[in-house]
Design a protein around this ligand. Structure first.
Ligand code: F3S
Length: 393
């Protein structure tokens, strides 16, 4: 309660309000914490354990974000056994405390789908943008401590986009390019996030995205910028029109997103110095069953090139569906794998050159993994995986 009150004070909140939907980060630190003293790490994990000794607030729907290890595929070389053991312990405690062990960055794909206007406390910047913009729910950007505290206490400080007046669009973007693929939507988000900073971009002139396209848009917006929400005129539940997105105050000035801008944005995340590749990473944010079906159909009867790691990141619940549908075995027979609970960026895989369909993955792979990257549509990624080298779009 003290954390929530102190945070609210800093952010100018006047009161705490009830929250009944949270998405929490409960990670045992990994390489991120290298350099931290053992004492610091022990205290950190002890704090998470202590939180799990309490129970989530009555009626609060609490899901869990990705971990820094995979708890299922223990042959993954980057998995630190000690970290896995601690994470498994913590997962058991969290489950007993009422947290649903989804371990995903896309909780809306596995059952956590808040309604319009529902007050939430979510970690994971891409999911925050999705909740606010696609579902019309309301959540500020949470960190580990605040989301855990909100889950246990059932309250959040009311500030930012929890308040109607702070959900007004700040930046008008006219979309002139044809967006044909989820990665195209990622390009739009990556470009707009840089422009918007902490603002609320409003997209006009664009068709309704499907779930995968919306996922890429929202993830990229929160990668290049600090965006908490956007409006898509005619799609965002509270923005049936451009006028509604700007609360009746539509700016005349706008930024056009053209076919040229689209191509330039792809090029901005292609820094490979050669064609050979060692990793193809799909499912950032975690893949939907529809994306896995597409990947399986592109891989059917083919083989990933020797030495290339093809990973599809997904929630366990989604993988369960993929297992039942036969997609997992097709991907595995081709030499790929579906990775659950985490993702290569969290694992810090030692990749040198990554091809990915996610702008977020490409952005962070450069900085956090230190790899060269090529961002491309799924089909081009799979062709590269089979050839062992980048073949172009
Ligand atoms: Fe999820 Fe990892 Fe991307 S946590 S959003 S797959 S960087």
């Amino acid at each position: 309660m003290r954390w929530l009150v102190d945070w609210g004070d800093v952010m100018g909140a006047r009161r705490l309000i009830p929250v009944d939907n949270t998405h929490c980060l409960l990670p045992v630190p990994n390489q991120m914490a290298r350099g931290a003293s053992p004492h610091t790490l022990e205290r950190y994990v002890a704090g998470l354990r202590e939180a799990c000794l309490h129970h989530t607030a009555p009626g609060c729907y609490c899901t869990l974000h990705t971990a820094f290890v995979t708890m299922e595929a223990l042959d993954v070389p980057e998995n630190d056994p000690e970290q896995v053991r601690l994470q498994q312990q913590l997962a058991e405690m969290a489950t007993a405390a009422g947290f649903i062990p989804t371990f995903t960055c896309a909780p809306y794909l596995v059952g956590n789908v808040p309604l319009k206007g529902e007050v939430c406390a979510w970690t994971e910047s891409s999911a925050v943008v999705y909740a606010n913009s696609i579902l019309g729910a309301r959540t500020t950007r949470h960190g580990t401590e605040s989301a855990l505290a909100a889950s246990l206490v059932g309250l959040v400080p009311e500030f930012g986009v929890l308040l109607e007046e702070n959900r007004k669009g700040t930046l008008r973007i006219e979309v002139r390019a044809e967006l044909e693929d989820p990665t195209d939507w990622g390009a739009l988000g990556y470009w707009a996030g840089k422009l918007a900073g902490l603002g609320i971009p409003v997209f006009n002139g664009v068709r309704r995205p499907n779930q995968d396209e919306a996922k890429q848009l929202c993830a990229a917006l929160a990668t290049s910028g600090g965006v908490t929400m956007c409006h898509i005129a005619g799609v965002t539940p509270e923005a049936p029109t451009l006028d509604a997105a700007f609360h009746g105050d539509v700016p005349e000035d706008y930024f056009p997103f053209t076919a040229v801008t689209l191509q330039e944005t792809y090029e901005s995340l292609r820094n490979a110095s050669g064609d050979e590749i060692d990793s193809v990473i799909l499912g950032c944010p975690h893949a939907s069953i529809r994306e896995i079906a597409e990947i399986a159909s592109l891989l059917q009867g083919r083989r990933v090139a020797p030495g290339v790691r093809l990973w599809v990141d997904a929630a366990r619940a989604t993988k369960g569906g993929a297992d039942a549908m036969g997609y997992t075995s097709i991907i595995e027979e081709a030499g790929g794998r579906i990775l659950c609970d985490t993702c290569p960026t969290n694992l810090r895989i030692p990749a040198r050159r990554i091809v990915t369909h996610g702008f977020k993955q490409a952005h962070y792979a450069r900085g956090m993994v230190g790899a060269e990257v090529i961002v491309a549509k799924t089909e081009a990624c799979i062709r590269a995986a089979i050839a062992g080298r980048w073949l172009g779009d």
